[in-house]
Design a protein around this ligand. Sequence first.
Ligand code: ADP
Ligand code: MG
Length: 698
Amino acid sequence: MRPAKLNPLFASLTSLPGVGPKLDKLYRKLLDREVPHVADLLLHLPSGAVDRRAQPKLNEVVPGALVTVSVTIDAHRPPPPHRSRAPYRIDTSDDTGTLTLTFFHARGDQLRKQLPEGERRYVSGTVELYDGELQMVHPDRVVDEQGFATLPLVEPIYPLTEGLALGNIRRAMQGALAVLPDLPEWQDEAWLSREQWPSFADALRHLHQPAEPTDIAPESAAWNRLAYDELLAGQLALALVRAHMRELAGRGSASEGVLRQKVIEALPYSLTPSQARAVDDIVNDLALPHRMLRLVQGDVGSGKTVVALIAAATVIEAGRQAAIMAPTEILARQHFNTIAPLAKAAGLRVAVLTGRDRGKDRAEMLERLAIGDIDLIVGTHALFQDDVAFKDLALAIVDEQHRFGVHQRLALTRKGEAVDVLVLTATPIPRTLVLTFFGDMDVSELREKPAGRQPIDTRVIALDRLSEVEDAVGRALAEGRRCYWVCPLVEESEKSDLAAADARFKDLQARFGDAVDLIHGKMKSAEKDRAMARFAAGETSLLVATTVIEVGVDVPEATIMVIEHAERFGLSQLHQLRGRIGRGSGRSTCLLLYKSPLGETAKARLAILRDSEDGFRIAEEDLRLRGEGDLLGTRQSGVPGFRVAQLQVHGKLLGPARDDAALVLTRDPQLTSPRGEALRHLLYLFEKDEAIKLIRAG
Ligand code: ADP
Ligand code: MG
């Protein structure tokens, strides 16, 4: 149960001043939450501040500066009646000089009320020199003596979304701060005083009502406090998940390796040394009577799928079942298509289940799964559905893990007894991030690419040369080659994404005819599959796509990729995309088209990609240049990542948070001590309350 003290923070945003259904919808987008709560708004931290503290006399004002000045209103000068477009001016002064306030399209009656002649007002805004005189166009703030007493001289600026104004957020935020309760302290007092950090509530107040612009820097004490809170919540949740997993003792799935050997023999190639090592690691884990929690980390094209299949064959030989879960329908189908012939050769019974399967076929499949007539099931989120039951699920394999949350991973493991977990990820994640997202999982790395791969020739080309690019693509198509054409992600709007891809599609179709096809995220999954299948079969040879092809799609015959507006993508994302080509033995070319002019950093980024195919190196550079959000693809896929912590700034807190979490749970595994009770608040605030359910009662 959620602690009652938190109730005001879990009220909906419409409980705040000025937030109606319309703004609520915008907040949903801004905060990336289905149902945003007051707590979510409070954790939306400022990206900067406006500083109005300078209060010079008029003769000290430096033109161009943002100031707050105290002036007497001398005279109103409305525009002459026949020139209503002319500005409305108000002369003001202090004992050292004069200042003109200038308003366009003004309403005189309002101005007279706000700035009555003969009275004193405080005005805040940017002062400019106009015809040798000081003037302020449309002051940001106009207040009287009384208003000045409460005027915030440093105002936070927030990341926004279209339609939502700064004023909206500030107002809602004040409302949120007004209901912020004092919560029991969940951090260790000694650590807090050593770090000189404020309480949780004070930290939020400092950040949303800064006294100095430096108060809102990520390096500030307040921000550090909240970042540590977030990291601790994450580490606690991971530790609880692990403790829970350990508690349910594992079951060994011993096997002689007959099925495994059959799969290996059915392969048209031999395993790379690191694939073989990963298989050994997994087979060892599976034979032991404790839970496996292993990450197979390997660059795009390193051959993770077959490792997964061999792992599955191992538990199947022990008479049990396995499931492979993929993040998208396309990927699930594709895994299935890759796996089916190999599985058949080894005598494994495989099925695929996605959201698209309904009705009688689905019911029949579920029946077979429940009685153990299916050995291996490949699917999407659909595998979590309540009516999906296994006879004896032994191994859950999760592909492209960072797109799934911890609780989703758990949902699958609950479908069996002591289920072993194997996670496949293509994003080469630096160590600190593995720790953050997965806790201390065991890791097998696939470092080399399968033999016979040709390097990809990557070129960086200005978009102005589009027609040359089209010519080159035309020549390649004439030679019978296949090509992906990726259209960019347009900030914030799926619609314009689609429009861009659609326009390019029409364009290319006009030129190359029926060879051209289009695939995008808004298509029904059956349509997407058909488009993919036509391309894979060579019925079409130029596939225009939005980033739906990003993950895992495998068409070895595709040897060309054009990426428009490459400068808008994250480096790792470009690397993933590029990994769609260079999979066969043919020579591959990737053309990164950018819009000029390109800044120095952007140039450097694309150059890294041109010069390297090492996903690990690219990921490190990406982290250095852009921050962790893009690296993990969280911005695109909307997975809740970090809201407060920035790993470049707060990464050093991760180790302490992890140790702290371990210590807490050793001393108080049920979270029932005073600190434990307080920590439950923390877990709710950072949406880790799912982990609380794992604490064994009594
Ligand atoms: P990823 O790690 O990106 O998921 P896949 O499992 O899709 O990679 O494998 C990419 C391609 O490499 C597939 O076409 C697969 O058949 C092939 N492949 C996998 N292992 C080997 C190997 N040892 N030798 C040659 N080709 C391989
Ligand atoms: Mg894959």
